[in-house]
Design a protein around this ligand. Sequence first.
Ligand code: PMP
Length: 360
Amino acid sequence: MERIYNFSAGPAVLPQEVLEQARDEMLNWQGCGMSVMEMSHRGKEFMGIAAQAEADLRELMAIPANYKVLFLQGGASTQFAMVPMNLLRGKKSADYVNTGEWSKKAIKEAKKFGAVNVVASSEDANFSYAPTQDKWKLDSDAAYVHYTPNETIGGVEFNWIPETSGVPLVADMSSNILSRVIDVSKFGLIYAGAQKNIGPAGLTIVIVRDDLIGETIAGTPSMMDYKIHAENESMYNTPPTYGIYMAGLVFRWLKHNGGLVKMEANNVAKAKLLYDCLDASNFYHCPTAKENRSRMNVPFTLKDAALDEAFLKEAKARGLVQLKGHRSVGGMRASIYNAMPIDGVKALVALMNDFEKSHG
Ligand code: PMP
């Protein structure tokens, strides 16, 4: 059976080579006679898999030694609560930037634990841009500053890292982690659900500067305490073993394919193909501000929403799936994460051009 081009926002396309390796190792991982799914998380085989995955991620992102890498569960949504529980550290409030649906959810959750100052928002323009830093009203006494570098639904991405003058910067990188080179030392904490650029759903990655952990608010459950996870090397309880294994294969794949420098160049090229097509047309419309267009999630609408169904049908006939926009936005959304080959984007552009000719 042919593989299709899957433009889902997540769970999303994985590299074919990774799936093939997982298939080949499914019944008998490297001669040990069992699947990774069947291994004890404390056995030497799995401990080796987890250690290698962490080492490869550290190398790929050049994560400094004073940062912990945690392999957790609960999705990015659990981080919306764990961040304030762990990082408020006796402070009264935290600063949040509101650039869309995911920021809003993070803000809503943080309000359960302390005061939240929304220091900048793009709600005035339907979350179509990222407010520049001169518009932010940062509080120098805030516990941390939280933002969403890539809003998966709105398709808005920051192409710069905020400067917070020593206040720890926290980023929900769920939908753009590993897609570009970033300087981890500029962040206090980075978190991401795995199901877009890392691996299967169920694994959540947290990268946190070690001096920020260990001072949770009263009543924080053990499972929500970064320090406990760090001290137990993410094995305080049974970790999502298969997800860690798959993430490790993806990290290997990234290393073999030029690392994040090459990924970023690929992603720039893929996004350019799509945005150039959108800009050249009066039939399609992209709602996001040019300077904040996401390289990962590209929302667009057709001139007439009544044509959406026909577009999706034609896409499906060509093996292009999951292009329907988020229910809150409508239209289309093409998610083009690391594992989406450039040929997939070319196929989408060809469809868009043909569809415009026949329906424009
Ligand atoms: N933040 C962002 C930016 C996301 O895209 C998502 C998932 N689409 C989430 C948070 C929520 O992640 P999860 O489903 O892993 O809780």
